[in-house]
Design a protein around this ligand. Structure first.
Ligand code: GUN
Ligand code: ZN
Length: 433
């Protein structure tokens, strides 16, 4: 059967923008089209060219909106959907007071399944088509999320969290059960359809040396799986971690010692780093993940994007729901811009939109599959309005360039700007335009 043509203003990136004048890094087509067939983009370009040269059965006219690659969230906690906006605490108290109790509910597989559906809908409502997710400690929570994503044909990277100490019984595994459950989940889900597995020791505080050793063994046995954890988010966390691992040179050295670093490793936060840690991140190709709304909400600190980049380190960017306060990658960029302003670092809007699409895809080593509108990639597409609210419409009335428009979307946009989200070619939002 011939495919569906989406018509609109196309914006897609070929490489990371080196500055506002870098026009080679992206394509912008005022009257563009994307042809989607069988879950893939089979052609993209000017509407006239694509419509003339391809076979298609319907046109969905999204003009005057922008068509971009679906957004990618590289660090988010699926079992924290019910604790977003929990008051007053910094990291360790927030985990003990709100997070662990909420995650203990995911021992109930039915609850996990119900929340997985809501979580995926929230992602796509906000324009996110791929998430890298922490599940709870319970294998059933990962089962629920993988099953929900498979049902939607949605790309996902996820893992059962491993944690065997310093938390309530209801959210603990053991080094052996964490290893066994992870192995079984890898066998069941990794590489199946659009799913990838992330080996997920929560962080050094909640994993014993034995558990981190077994996490390292899993990473060695499954080199094409991802590894995700947390690093140097908060000063009290760092001090407690140093007490628990007194032999380590620094926080990163703990993960390094257990063989957990590499280009498929994602390290949430990575705010307060020592020079040796920067060198080790660069050497191993590991990826810090910037979580702006979370870092502000928990008062964790200011992510030094330019400092890391200057060392050749490639950073992801993410919501970190539920310490993050918005599912929107646009709102994430808004807060990222402000955090970088406070450090006299400028986040240009071209780089911002590259970051949440192709940039995060490159961090995952998946730019051949997601993050662009290139022919041959998976048909994850987001339709974005720059006039979604009265305030945005007012701002847009004075915007003269594409950059002004993009920056307004970056700073003022949220789920109201997401007109439609296509996952593997299928529309996910039922609202009328
Ligand atoms: N460090 C360990 N676990 C967590 C978590 O769930 N959220 C955040 N923000 N940091 C963590
Ligand atoms: Zn996190």
């Amino acid at each position: 059967m011939p495919g569906t043509l989406l018509r609109g203003r196309i914006l897609t990136f070929h490489s990371e923008p080196q500055g506002p004048d870098d026009t080679a890094c992206y394509s912008y087509i005022e009257d563009g089209a994307i042809l989607m067939h069988d879950g893939r983009i089979t052609a993209s370009g000017s509407f006239d060219d694509v419509a003339r040269n391809a076979r298609w059965s319907e046109v969905v006219d999204h003009r005057p909106h922008l068509l971009m690659a679906g957004f990618i969230d590289t660090h988010v906690h699926f079992p924290q959907v019910q604790i977003v906006a929990s008051w007053g605490a910094q990291l360790l108290d927030w985990l003990n007071d709100y997070t662990f109790p909420a995650e203990s509910d995911y021992a109930d597989a039915q609850h996990a399944r119900a929340m997985a559906g809501k979580f995926c809908s929230l992602l796509t409502d906000h324009g996110t088509t791929t998430a890298v997710a922490f599940c709870s400690v319970h294998a059933g929570s990962a089962e629920a999320l993988f099953a929900e994503c498979a049902h939607r044909n949605m790309r996902v990277v996820a893992g059962k969290t491993m944690m065997d100490r310093n938390a309530p019984m209801g959210v603990l595994d053991t080094a052996q059960s964490g290893y066994d459950d992870s192995n079984a989940l890898i066998e069941a889900w990794h590489g199946k359809g659009r799913a990838s597995y992330a080996i997920t020791p929560r962080f050094a505080i909640t994993s014993s040396p034995e558990q981190l050793a077994m996490s390292g063994a899993l990473a060695k046995e499954h080199p094409d799986c991802f590894v995700q954890t947390h690093l140097s988010e908060n000063h009290d966390e760092i001090a407690y971690t140093a007490e628990l691992y007194p032999q380590a040179r620094d926080y990163l050295d703990i993960y390094q010692g257990y063989g957990l670093l590499g280009h498929r490793t994602l390290l949430g936060h990575a705010i307060h780093l020592k020079d040796r840690e920067l060198g080790a991140l660069a050497e191993t190709g590991s990826h810090p993940v910037f979580c702006p709304t979370s870092n502000l909400f928990l008062g964790s600190g200011l992510f030094d994007d330019a400092g890391l980049r200057a060392r050749g380190i490639r950073n992801g960017i993410a919501t970190d729901i539920g310490a993050g306060t918005s599912y929107s990658m646009l709102q994430t960029l808004n807060e990222a811009y402000k955090i970088l302003q406070l450090q006299d670092q400028k986040l240009h809007t071209l780089r911002a939109f590259h970051w949440i699409t192709r940039g995060n895809a490159e961090v995952l080593g998946m730019a051949d599959k997601i993050g662009t509108l290139d022919a041959g990639t998976e048909a994850d597409v987001v339709v974005v309005s720059s006039t979604a609210t009265p305030a945005m419409a007012l701002r847009m009335a004075r915007a003269e360039t594409l950059f002004e428009e993009l920056f307004a979307i970056q700073m003022m946009g949220d789920d109201r700007s997401i007109v439609q989200t296509y996952v593997a070619g299928k529309p996910q939002k039922d609202q009328a335009e």
